[in-house]
Every structure is written in C-alpha cells, then in structure tokens.
Design a protein around this ligand. Structure first.
Ligand code: CA
Length: 615
C-alpha cells in the first residue's frame, strides 16, 4: 500500500505542473562534454541490459524524429540498431487489452495494444534483441495505485477472469510468435504489489490470476519448444519487504522464474537494500531476480509542455547522481552492480522509456510556447503519444490530468530527438569508457535544493529534551514493544532533519512506546510536541504523544494521523501544567505511542519540550 502513496505523489506532481512548465526553459544546445564509465567486471555475456520503448511507434506517428549523435535522422531499423549498438539486448513492451473508448478513441500512453507490440517486437527482433512482453491485464496503466480489469472482463468472477486472462495470454503470445517476435520473457502483471487485474486483498484471488497467466506461458513454451521465462513484478523496496510477496507466491504455488522489481532512485531507497531483498529471494526460493524498470533524469527541463515528475521545484526526492547523461550512465552502472551483487541469479535490468521524447520541442521561455503546447496537445489526443488522452477519463482514475510525457527528461534523447551519450551506457558497462585527452566530463545541472527544514522553537526557549531528533541513542527508552517494529536509524528518505529518526515498520500488528524522563521545575507549564509521518497503520491505529507528571496523576495526550510519506504532522500538547503545587526539581515523562496494523510504517523526528507561559 505504501507504494500506492508514493505513486500518487508522482501523479500529483504530474497533475500540478501541467501548463506551468518548469525550469528556465531549454535551448537544446549541445553540451560538448563526454561521459566516462568504469567497466563492470564480472558481468556475464548474457546479462540483460534492456529498455522499455513501448511509446516509440506513437511518437513516430506523431511526426517526431530520432537522430544519432552525429545528427543523422534514423528510420525504424536505424533507431533500433542505434540502441542495439549502444548495448541494449532486450526490449520490454507493455500490452494493454483494449486501450480505447467505446468510440475507438485511444486512451494514449503509446496505444499499447497487441498490434503495437507486434510492430515493436518485430523491429526489436530484427535488430537482434530479445523481447519481454509486459502484460498489464488492464486496458490502461496498471501500477500499485490501480489494477483495473479490462472493460470486457468487468463483472466476471475471479475464476472466469482467470480463464479470460489465460486465453488472452495464449492468444497474444501465439500472435507475437507467429509474427516472428522473439519473446523470451513474459511479465504476468505489472507492479502487482497491491493486486492484479481487479483482484486485491486476497492472495488466493491474486495468485489464481497469476497462475493462469503462468500456465498459458508454460504451455506455449512447451508447444513451441522455446524457453520463455515467467516474471512477476513488484515495486518499492524502500517501503515493502519483498519476502512477504515471495512467501505468498510460494504458499499458493505460483509457478514463476523471475522476481522483478522497479527501482526509481528518487523514491526507492538504497541499492544495498534492493540487493539484500532480491538476494534473499534468489537464495531462499531459487528464483532469478532483476530490475524491470529504472531511470534517471538528464535534465530538469521540460521539453513538451506537460510538466515532468522530476522538476526544478521537486523537493524531497533523492538526486544521488549527476543530472546529465553522465548521471544516467552512473545510475545504470550502480543498478547493474546491485543486481550482480545478488549472485548468479541476478539476470539484468531494464530502463523505462528512454525514447519517450517530445512530439514538438517546447520551451516555456519562448514566445511560441503556447502555440507549441496547443499543437502538442492536439497531437497527443489524436495519436496517443502523451501519457493519457481525455478519452481515458472514466476508465483511469488519474486521467483527468491527461497530457503529454512527464518523463521526457529521463530519455536517452534530447528534446529534439538527438541521441545523448547515455544511449551507449550499456555498451560502456562491458567495455569501459574514458574521456579523451582534454575532453571534459559532461557537466551536471544544478540539483533541486530542498528548502532546509529546521526545528524552530519560539524565541528564547530551550529544548529540554535530550537527543530530540534521535541522532544518537541517548535519552529515549523504548518500552512495551511488540514485534521488532521500531528503531532509531539513519533513513534519509524518512528523516525530517539531519540523518536519523525513530523509524517503525512491521509486517505483523505492532505497538511500542518511546519515552524520556526529564527533570523540570515544579509548578511550571510545558509544551511538548514533535513531527510524525507515516501510513498504512489501519483504521484502528493509535498514534499519539503523551506527557505525565506527579507520578502519573496528571496526564494528557495528543493524537495524530498517518497522512502519508513526508506529510509531516505536528501533534503538540501546549501548556501542560506540571505539579502545580510543588516547587523545586521534579520529573515528567514524555512519550510517543504507536499501535498499528501489520504493514503500518512511519517515523518520528524533531521532538521538543519547553517551558511555556501558561494560558
Ligand atoms: Ca514533459
């Protein structure tokens, strides 16, 4: 469920920046720098260095063009040869069942029906690549936030839907293979973290659908005597423990080969955590593992008029690499190494949508910006080359913010369609690449600066807590803990300030109290508060702070709610009167209490206690 909120965060960005554009405007000027990359030792010959170019045909049909690094225009074969020569050996293609409305208007997103997959798959196969077919089992985008069944399957029982899914998988694969597409892997569902094809909340229903898809692939593989791997796809290793999913897949007997994860560096935590999670599954269940989607930005500028998910105003996201083609290459190397580090079962990685470029180049600073946007918007609606058209409203819950691409700054081509040096990063993994004599490294754009958050208390007051921001192990005692939910830890994605926070998560129901005893002056008023972010704690969650004095006789508390990731709530108890009748040194106890359902997560940071005036 966590990823759902993360996904929504990106969708919110997508929604809010439409029409505004972002950044200082792009000029598309060639940067004279080059990129360098250290060879990745130990990478097997057949390590998958793939990419998802599902939107390519819609972009071409919209009139956009692709060019190589020298500026030569590329035809279809030339485009795929460029990618292949750059080291891409596997092409991932998404398939939606029926991505159009009842009048035949496209939902957009590249019009990714089976016919599109055949055309793309043939181009990829002809270029020498293998093909991964990514069935969403939906008429449009499926991800942790939505797994809407196809219109034609509405109202079916799970059993009927499993049959339909099985037939659709069989028919689609037969069509692709008959057309000569070299399908070597099939994804049964896309980012199925919270469900698949309308099924959620029931492992039995979800796994029945997955098993139906897997069975279809196994049969085709056997009938055609062709090895085709079955992959399942989950996401957000930062907020989900994958062991939970691998365990239910095992318990319900789902027959699969590859456990795949998305990894978006802005949101998904460290690569060492990804490696740990995938390695555990590879070893415990003897599965292959891979990264099914990753990407990184080469610029913060928007070049099509639909604001990008990662943009100059983005705060809170992690930008650990240069913002340049060099940064893209560095990310590729880091992800490939993280997969290799899982052991022999680590089979590879895919970049997501390196070819989703603008239809017409848009520069918000240019006098023709409005006209270019109008032109693009018309083409997106007609050709389906934006992320969604207005015709998807009603089917897709986010489509009221229809428009162009929110990821054109994550492509391997610039805003005019010219190949960036990152198009060769996969090759450089195998060969290494160094800068020539006197040649500069491709310069990074300045990274978005997150406004510095500080704990600000009223003027002149002193924070009476020891270790208020959990930067050390001092002061706080954790009591009444059930489960292993809670610890003080460094977690840059969940701190409010500095490096550490009081972080919690468990896959069983859990509770804990963290408390601190503080010496105070009797007869005074005190204000106690702090900051909390979290989610998925359940309807019956209790998340609160408390303060007690006089041996527990006076007590008050303030509750808060799990509003989401980085949505910092600020529960506060103001002007608590401690030991009204006493003078001299006394003791009060401040506490944080959390009681949550399995899967609940969150963090506390920046607690404060100060002597206040009283009302
Ligand atoms: Ca854009």
């Amino acid at each position: 469920m966590t990823k759902k909120k993360i996904a929504l965060i990106s969708l919110v960005c997508l929604i809010t920046v439409i029409f505004t554009g972002c950044g200082a405007g792009g000029d598309g000027m060639k940067n004279n720098g080059k990129i360098e990359l250290e060879k990745l030792e130990g990478m097997p010959e057949d390590f998958i260095t793939g990419a998802d170019v599902s939107s390519y045909i819609s972009i071409i049909e919209s009139g956009a063009k692709y060019y190589d690094e020298e500026g030569n225009e590329l035809d279809d074969a030339g485009f795929f040869k460029l990618l292949y020569d750059g080291g891409m050996n596997y092409c991932r293609i998404r398939v939606w069942n029926d991505p159009k409305d009842e009048n035949g208007h496209t939902y957009g997103g590249g019009n990714c029906d089976i016919n599109n997959a055949v055309r793309l798959g043939k181009l990829a196969t002809d270029a020498g690549m293998k093909v991964l077919i990514d069935f969403h089992y939906s008429d449009f985008w499926a991800d942790p936030g939505k797994q809407t069944e196809p219109k034609a399957w509405k109202g079916m029982t799970t059993e009927e839907r499993a049959d339909a899914l099985y037939e659709f998988t069989r028919d689609s694969l037969n069509t692709l293979l008959d057309e000569g597409v070299d399908v070597c892997m099939v994804q049964v569902g896309n980012e199925t973290t919270n469900g698949i094809c309308g099924a959620k909340d029931s492992y039995k229903n979800m796994t029945d659908l997955m098993s139906a898809g897997s069975r279809a692939v196994r049969e085709i593989s056997s009938e055609r005597d062709k090895e085709i791997l079955v992959a399942l796809h989950y996401t957000d290793p930062q907020h989900n423990e994958y062991a939970k999913y691998a365990d239910y897949l095992d318990r319900y007997g789902v027959d699969y080969d590859v456990f795949a994860s998305s990894y978006y560096p802005y949101w998904h935590g460290t690569l060492s955590n990804l490696t740990r999670q995938l390695k555990d599954i590879a070893e415990k269940y003897d599965k292959k593992v891979m990264v099914a989607e990753t990407s990184y930005i080469y610029t913060l500028k928007d070049h099509d008029g639909t604001g990008n998910t990662e943009n100059p105003d983005k705060t809170g996201d992690v930008f650990d690499y240069d913002i340049s083609p060099q940064g893209q290459a560095d990310l590729i190397r880091a992800v490939a190494k993280a997969v290799l580090d899982t052991g022999e079962n680590g089979i590879g990685m895919f970049w997501w949508e390196p070819a989703w470029i603008p239809v017409n180049y848009y520069d918000e600073a240019s006098s023709d910006a409005a006209a270019v946007y109008e032109k693009n918007a018309r083409i997106w609606e007609e050709k389906g080359s934006g992320w969604a058209t207005k015709y998807a409203i009603g089917y897709d819950k986010d489509a009221d913010a229809y428009g162009g691409s929110a990821v054109d700054n994550e492509a391997w081509f610039d805003g005019h369609g010219h190949a960036l040096p990152s198009v060769n990063a996969y090759r450089y993994l195998r060969t290494g690449a160094s800068l020539g004599k006197g040649i500069e490294r491709y310069a990074s754009e300045e990274k978005p600066s997150s406004p510095e958050v500080k704990l600000s208390l009223p003027d002149g007051v002193e924070n009476l807590l020891l270790n208020p921001g959990f930067e050390t192990d001092d002061g706080w005692v954790i009591i009444n803990i059930r489960g292993n939910a809670c610890e003080i830890k460094a977690d840059k994605d969940n701190v409010r300030t500095d490096k550490k926070c009081l972080k919690f998560w468990d896959d069983n129901d859990f509770e804990f109290t963290a408390e601190q005893h503080v010496k105070i002056n009797g007869g005074s008023h005190f204000t106690f508060g702090g900051f909390f972010e979290g989610g998925d704690c359940g309807d019956t969650a209790e998340i609160k702070i408390g303060i007690s004095a006089d041996g527990g006789e006076t007590f008050t508390e303030a509750t808060t709610k799990d509003a989401g990731w980085k949505q910092w709530q600020n529960p506060e108890i103001a002007d608590f009167l401690a030991d009204n009748n006493a003078d001299g040194e006394r003791e009060i106890i401040v506490k944080i209490t959390v009681k949550a359902k399995a899967g609940g997560w969150g963090a506390w940071d920046d607690m404060y206690l100060y002597e206040s005036e009283g009302k």
